[in-house]
Design a protein around this ligand. Sequence first.
Ligand SMILES: [Zn+2]
Length: 313
Amino acid sequence: MNLSRVQPSPDDNIIIPTMPKYLYIPLVLIGILLLAYPLLVFSAPPPPPSLEAKSGEVLFITVKVKGIDPVVTGEFRDRTIPFFKIDQIGRYGALIGIDLADGPVQEEVQVKAQEGSEARVVNRYRVKVRAAKFGIQELTLPNDKVDLDEETLKRVEVEQQQMLENLAGVSGERLWKGQFIIPVEGKMAGTFGLKRIINGQPRNPHSGEDIYAPEGTAVAVSNDGIVKLTGDFFFSGKSIVIDHGLGLFTLYFHLSEVRVGEGEQVSKGQIIGLVGATGRATGPHLHWGARLNGARVNPFSLVKLPLATAHAE
Ligand SMILES: [Zn+2]
């Protein structure tokens, strides 16, 4: 391109109409007002940003909050969402879990900051949940694993209660750091959310994801945390629950071996057990589950989140 062609030639004359000087200032002011008019008229607050998710997914949202170490929380449906500090310039983040039975629904997440006795709304998000279309899984299992005798029923009830109590806690600080990892190398079955019919009877939906791998394959913990619960349960067999803080838990079921103890601190990638087929399982696999502030979410949704830079300083 020949740049010299766009240079004005010395012969070019810029023609300015003659106008009395005292007219310039009012004309310029009127011009500014005309340009600013749309801004003045449409200065109503913009609608809250809209987020979309499918049932069983996890959302990562960030907000900027002014103040000296405010406590930031969100409300979504019946769940309280704790925020964590990302950096020193007032960025806070949170994970929001969409339960597998949520949706279709459109609701608002209201983010509040509390400093002392004063709470203020600092942000709002609209969350549009699309209902995922989960399939149906029909299973045939030995009858004594489905039609339970009285004693086994009691055992199952106690175990389910114990599990729920352990998953209800919200520890005060975030323990996970950066991306979540897939705990075992194997074939993902895509069974999250499936409605289950066992020996012809409708049962609870499948709230985790199954990964098929040979018996004895190492199972790594998906992120940093504390071992909340271990045990040998009727349905889930040898199991581990990891608390990642702020209401997030990952679950590892049907293990052949548990290699950690309750209360132990674990770091991402650490081997916590081995793949097995204990409990009610049709063959060796890892049932990998996740709970987030009470929502049953797909753990693979955690792996996909862009969390590499969500570090607290
Ligand atoms: Zn499973």
